[in-house]
Write a protein that binds this ligand. Structure first.
Ligand SMILES: Cc1ncc(C[n+]2csc(CCO)c2C)c(N)n1
Length: 241
């Protein structure tokens, strides 16, 4: 007998992403505008006001420790040594590379634009949204949820920088930012994250992969909102009187 399965519990098509490449493709409607965001474009072309870059870097330094905490909880939840190693390396990369690099950028831009205004030293709205979401996942998610949440941050920066390489102008602070994220070393970091996550994704149920795709999309939205915040210098309403 040839029949088409029509029972409500059967799956006639499995559309949830099976690889990290498919995750990015699934998120295209938000990933593409994220990668072509105006903030990094103005950064590369040297026309971003230094006050806006100072604000962005200051907010980044409030974001990164929570990002590292989320990764550390990924390590705590890892079910195998390879996943544990991958999360632990990512934590150390934030602590040893990302945070010091952002501190250097902050110091360099403070030289150009003066000290960070008081109102910008607390988490701004998009920073609160992003870090609260990361920490909620750190509390309630498993290692796969945490991998899906970290990937948009790491991956989009590499894609952003590589797209902008041909636009880069000489700038005493901004040129270093693009060079760092467009480097082969940084591409290797992202490839390592994807290589760790791809085989894990392939083994999960469709339902779980659909949840991970939602997490990835939300991560992309939060990244885009973080750039928007930097572009417009968005503070809380009570701070802007
Ligand atoms: C809002 C925000 N999103 C992404 C990054 C980039 N980033 C975060 S962690 C990391 C290292 C790779 O895991 C990189 C490149 C950032 N700095 N700030």
């Amino acid at each position: 007998m040839t029949s088409v399965m029509t029972s409500p519990t059967s799956t006639t098509s499995d559309r949830a992403p099976r690889t990290t490449a498919e995750l990015r493709e699934h998120a295209r409607a938000v990933y593409d505008p994220l990668v072509h965001h105006e903030f990094p474009l103005r950064l590369a072309t040297g026309v971003l006001p230094p006050e806006r870059f100072r604000f962005y870097v200051t907010q980044n330094l409030l974001y990164l420790p929570d990002y590292a905490r989320m990764l550390a909880s990924g390590a705590a939840r890892a079910q195998d040594d390879a996943t544990l190693t991958s999360f632990a390396r990512s934590v150390m990369n934030i602590v040893d590379v990302e945070i010091p690099q952002n501190e250097r950028l902050r110091d360099a831009v403070v030289e150009l634009a003066g000290p960070v205004p008081e109102a910008e030293t607390v988490k701004a709205p998009a920073t609160v949204a992003y870090t609260s979401w990361l920490l909620a996942l750190a509390g309630s998610g498993d290692a796969a949820d945490i991998s899906a949440a970290l990937l948009p941050c790491a991956w989009s920066y590499g894609d952003i920088a590589r797209h902008l390489q041909s636009e880069v102008v000489d700038h005493p602070v901004y040129a270093d930012w693009i060079a760092f994220f467009a480097s082969d070393d940084y591409a290797a970091v992202v490839d390592g994250l994807r290589a760790a996550f791809d085989p894990e994704l392939a083994e999960l149920t469709e339902r779980k992969r659909a949840r991970l795709a939602d997490i990835f999309v939300t991560g992309c939205r939060l990244e885009r909102q973080f750039w928007d915040q930097g572009l417009h210098g968005t503070l809380w309403p009570d701070q802007t009187g």
